[in-house]
Design a protein around this ligand. Structure first.
Ligand code: CAA
Length: 294
C-alpha cells in the first residue's frame, strides 16, 4: 500500500485546523493552505489553543506539543502543496470554489497524490469529475470538534480505486480515528440522519411544539445526546446547516431536507451560531440565553 508521509490540508477554519492538528499529532508533516496570512494565523492560533488545552489536561507533553506545531506549515500558495501524498480539502461548502482548487492542484501535484474532501453534503463524484484523477479521489468526512470526535466517514465513489480507498481508510485510522465506509450520496451516513433531525427540531419550534430550552433539554435528558438540536445547530453553524440542507434537498428532493423558513431568516440576520455569538442562543453573556425567534 502506498505510504503517506506528507499531508496537505486546504482551509484552516474550524474543520481544517482540526484536521491539520490531528495529522501533525500523528506525526505527519502537514502543510495547510489558507487564502490569506491572517486566516492562516487565526487557524494556527486555534490549533495552539487546542494543543495547550491537551497539555494542561496532562494528555500531551509540552515537548510533543512543540513538535506537533513544528510539523505544521502554513502557506497561501496552492503550488506549495505539490509534494503532498494526500490532500484533504476543508474549505467552504461551495462546489465552484472546491473544484477550482482541485483543478489547480491536479496540475501541480504528483500523479500518486490522493485527493480527499471533507465535504459534509456535496458528492465526491462532483469534485472527482473535475480532475484528471477521479479514481484517486475519496471522501474523508471528519466531525467537529475534530480532535475529540472519533469518527471519520471514508467515502468511495463508483470509480474510486480500491487501493486508494484502502490507503485513505488506513490513513484515517493512523490519525487515531475510527473510520466507517460510506457510499457517495449527499450527507453520507451521519448527516443523512442528523440533518433532518436538526431541521425537524426547528420545524417543531416554528409550530410551537415547545421552547428552545425544553426541546434541547428533552433530547439531552431523554436520549443522552451530549447536545440538544439547537445547541448543536449553533455549534455546527446556522449558515453551514442551511447550506447543507439546501444541497441535500437538491440531491433528494425530499421535504425532510428542506430548510425551514426560520433557518433562512436567521442566516439573513447573521444569527449564524456560536461563531457570531448569536444563533438559537445568545452567547454574549456568562451563559447561553435562548433567543426570542418565534
Ligand atoms: N478541541 C479540542 N478538544 C476539545 C474541544 C475542542 N474544540 N472541545 C472540547 N474538547 C475536549 C475537552 O478538552 C474535554 O476533554 P477531556 O474529556 O479530556 O477533559 C472533552 O472534549 C469534553 O469537553 P468539555 O468537558 O469541555 O465539554 P463537553 O463534555 O460538553 O463536551 C463536546 C464537548 C465534545 C463538544 C460534546 O458536547 C459533544 O460531543 N457534542 C456533540 C458534538 C457533535 O455532535 N459533533 C458533530 C457535529 S456534526 C459534524 O461535525 C458534521 C457535519 O458535517 C456538520
Amino acid at each position: 500500500m502506498p505510504t503517506i508521509r506528507r499531508v496537505a490540508v486546504l482551509g484552516c477554519g474550524l474543520m481544517g485546523s482540526g484536521i491539520a492538528e490531528v495529522a501533525a499529532r500523528a506525526g505527519y508533516e502537514t502543510h495547510v493552505r489558507e487564502v490569506s496570512d491572517d486566516l492562516a494565523n487565526k487557524g494556527l492560533a486555534s490549533i495552539r489553543k487546542s494543543l495547550d488545552r491537551a497539555v494542561e489536561k496532562g494528555k500531551l507533553g509540552a515537548e510533543d506539543r512543540d513538535a506537533t506545531l513544528a510539523r505544521i506549515h502554513t502557506t497561501t500558495a496552492l503550488e506549495a502543496l505539490a509534494d503532498a501524498d494526500i490532500v484533504v480539502e476543508a474549505v467552504t461548502e461551495d462546489l465552484g470554489i472546491k473544484n477550482e482548487m482541485f483543478r489547480t492542484l491536479d496540475g501541480v501535484c504528483g500523479e500518486h497524490t490522493i485527493f480527499a474532501s471533507n465535504t459534509s453534503s456535496l458528492t465526491i463524484a462532483d469534485m472527482a469529475a473535475a480532475t484528471s484523477r477521479p479514481e484517486r479521489f475519496v471522501g474523508l468526512h471528519f466531525f467537529n470538534p475534530v480532535p475529540v470526535m472519533k469518527l471519520v466517514e471514508v467515502v468511495r465513489t463508483i470509480v474510486t480505486d480500491e487501493e486508494v480507498f484502502r490507503t485513505a481508510f488506513e490513513f484515517a485510522r493512523s490519525l487515531g480515528k475510527e473510520p466507517v465506509v460510506a457510499k457517495d450520496t449527499s450527507g453520507f451516513i451521519v448527516n443523512r440522519l442528523l440533518v433532518p433531525y436538526m431541521l425537524d427540531a426547528i420545524r417543531g419550534l416554528e409550530q410551537g411544539l415547545a421552547s428552545i430550552e425544553d426541546i434541547d433539554r428533552g433530547m439531552t435528558l431523554g436520549t443522552g445526546y451530549p447536545m440538544g438540536p439547537f445547541t448543536l445547530s449553533d455549534f455546527v453553524g446556522i449558515d453551514t446547516l442551511y447550506r447543507i440542507s439546501e444541497i441535500m434537498f437538491e440531491e433528494f428532493r425530499e421535504q425532510r431536507f428542506a430548510p425551514p423558513p426560520l433557518l433562512k431568516r436567521m442566516v439573513t440576520m447573521g444569527y449564524i451560531g456560536r461563531k457570531a455569538r448569536r444563533g438559537f442562543y445568545d452567547y454574549t453573556g456568562d451563559k447561553p440565553v435562548p433567543m426570542k425567534l418565534v
